[in-house]
Each structure stands twice: as structure tokens, then as C-alpha cells.
Design a protein around this ligand. Structure first.
Ligand code: SF4
Length: 324
């Protein structure tokens, strides 16, 4: 296999794009989510914890500029030449008043390279919370620093999306990705393998939707049962199971084979701390990511395939925003 990886990994892509190592600073802007505040629902997606799948830093009393300053200082100690991605992770970050979105992005402004070392901003949000004003603010910001929109697809099945209480559809994701691309934003699509009722075929179909949506990047992880989630109760009742490591690696290989070869894999696995995680135990942050990466390499080598080997032929269309 030589030194060339059989998939497009994030780290070398970041090096090629920014000429240095780049690290993430996870930020909690105190946004909310229509699936939690009652607009769409109250319970949230069944796997989402009370921190909105994020850091909970704001709840812990750390305002945004302090979170960013701490994160940047941590990077500077570890890698003085390193760049940073300001990553708004928690909840739905475009689900705020336009003025608030401007304020939040404004906190990053003084740190944008070359003045500071922030080389990109990534915002996680739901496909159904991308209003025109939010898009216009992001488009304007994207002229100063690359803005990546992290959009949850999770699965290609509307039935499974309803069962896990996502309360949006696959078509919502496709429409949001298309609108973001028209605005020149790079999109990173999120997927979860092993959702109940989705199966191995579901993993394959989800990769197909992400390839057709021409998103620039993909984050994929296994279903994890975290404490303080609806999923925790379903799992304790025995109504939901999680994937074994071997299963996940086989499904992940199927998934990677069906992506477009140009799409950058930002994440291959989820990890969680021992305090948060109930199952599967192989997801523990200290071991999971490296083990999955190594097993995926071996599995693709065994199959003689690589990213994109089994992608559908796509009709010619606009190239995805490149992740500039
Ligand atoms: S959309 Fe995101 S923040 Fe909202 S409930 Fe689902 S996972 Fe949690």
C-alpha cells in the first residue's frame, strides 16, 4: 500500500491546504436547537446529550472569548507554529438571531490569520436552520476566512430519521447543502453508522447521498450510547444495540468505498470519555480512533479497494466547494 492512504485523510489535507498542522478549538456559543426548545420538539435527537452534542463550556461559565483564548493558548503551548479551526460544535449554531451570529463570529475576528492563528471557522448546524440572513452573514465572513458548515445528515433514511427524532428529512439536508454551495461555503456532512433499523445497507446509502450532495468533507462515527440521553433508556431496556468493532469497521469500509474520492474524511469514528460513554466500550477516546483507523486500513487492503472504489457514477455538476 506504500505511504499513500486508501482514503483522503484530514491531517495531510490540512497540511497541504494551510502549510502547517491545524488543531481544533471546540467552542460552545450557547446556541439552542429547535429540536430541544419546543419549536420542533423537546426531547432532541435520541442520542443527543444535554450539552447538545458539544462541550458544555458556556454552561460551565466560560464565555466564548475565554473559551477561544484558552484553546488557542493550549495550541500555542503544544505546537507554536500550529494553526487553529474555531469549531462551534454545540447545538445549532445558525439557529440564532442574525445579530447574535455576527457577535459570535466577531469573537474570532481578532484571531484570524495572519494576525492570529485561526485558519478556518467550522459551524455545526441543522439543515433546517439555515436561513437566508445566516447564509449571507456566513458568505460575507467566508471572504475573510474559510467558513465550513457542518451539516447533520446522519442517515439516508427518512424513516430512521423520524425514529431517532431528528425531525428533518434527507431532502432538507440536500437542499441546505446545495444552498451552502451556492454561497461558496464548504460543507462537511455528518453520518452515523448503526442507527436502529438502518443496517449495513443504510450505511452504504448514506455514503451515496453524501457523494451525490458533493459535500467537501465527511464526518462519520458509530452510534454511541451516552449518559443522559433518550438512547440510554432505550439501550437499557434492550431495545437498541450498538455495533461491535469488527462490524463497524466492515460497514465503515463499505461507506468509504462509496464516497467520492475527493471528499476529505474529517472523522472516522466517534470517541467519548469514560464518564460519558455507556456503549460500545471500544469507543473510548483513549483507544477507539487509532484502533479503527488501523483496522480500516487493513480491511481496505484486504478488499483491494479504496475511497470511491464503489461510488455511483455521478452526473456532471458543480464541483463541491473545495473547503478553501
Ligand atoms: S439537532 Fe443537534 S443539538 Fe439538536 S437535539 Fe439533535 S444532536 Fe442535539
Amino acid at each position: 500500500m506504500g505511504l499513500e492512504l486508501p482514503y483522503r485523510a484530514l491531517r495531510p489535507w490540512l497540511w497541504a491546504r494551510f502549510g502547517r498542522a491545524v488543531h481544533r478549538v471546540a467552542l460552545d456559543a450557547g446556541s439552542s436547537c429547535p429540536n430541544r426548545d419546543g419549536t420542533l420538539g423537546r426531547g432532541g435527537c435520541f442520542y443527543c446529550d444535554v450539552e447538545g452534542s458539544g462541550t458544555g463550556a458556556l454552561r460551565a461559565g466560560l464565555d466564548l472569548s475565554a473559551q477561544l483564548a484558552q484553546g488557542l493558548a493550549r495550541i500555542a503551548r503544544r505546537d507554536p507554529l500550529g494553526g487553529a479551526i474555531a469549531y462551534f460544535q454545540s447545538y445549532s449554531n445558525t439557529y440564532v438571531e442574525p445579530q447574535r451570529l455576527r457577535e459570535v463570529l466577531g469573537v474570532v475576528d481578532p484571531h484570524i490569520a495572519p494576525r492570529g492563528n485561526v485558519v478556518a471557522i467550522a459551524l455545526a448546524t441543522r439543515p433546517d436552520t439555515l436561513g437566508e440572513e445566516a447564509l449571507s452573514i456566513l458568505r460575507e465572513h467566508n471572504t475573510r476566512v474559510p467558513v465550513w458548515l457542518e451539516l447533520g445528515l446522519e442517515t439516508a433514511s427518512d424513516r430512521v430519521l423520524a425514529e431517532i427524532n431528528r425531525l428533518h428529512t434527507v431532502a432538507d439536508f440536500e437542499a441546505a447543502a446545495a444552498r451552502a454551495h451556492e454561497s461558496g461555503l464548504a460543507v462537511i456532512g455528518h453520518a452515523i453508522l448503526g442507527l436502529p433499523g438502518d443496517g449495513r445497507e443504510g450505511a452504504r446509502r448514506t455514503a451515496g447521498v453524501l457523494a451525490r450532495a458533493r459535500v467537501a468533507g465527511v464526518k462519520v462515527h458509530q452510534l454511541m450510547v451516552l449518559r443522559k440521553t433518550v438512547l440510554e433508556h432505550r439501550w437499557r431496556e434492550g431495545a437498541v444495540d450498538t455495533l461491535e468493532l469488527d462490524e463497524y469497521v466492515a460497514w465503515l469500509a463499505d461507506f468509504v468505498e462509496r464516497l467520492d474520492p475527493e471528499q476529505v474524511l474529517h472523522r472516522l469514528t466517534g470517541d467519548a470519555t469514560a464518564e460519558q460513554l455507556l456503549a460500545p466500550q471500544w469507543s473510548l477516546a483513549k483507544v477507539g480512533p487509532n484502533v479503527v483507523r488501523g483496522r480500516l486500513l487493513r480491511e481496505l487492503e484486504r478488499r483491494g479497494t479504496r475511497q470511491g472504489s464503489l461510488r455511483e457514477a455521478l452526473a456532471p455538476g458543480p464541483a463541491a466547494a473545495s473547503g478553501r
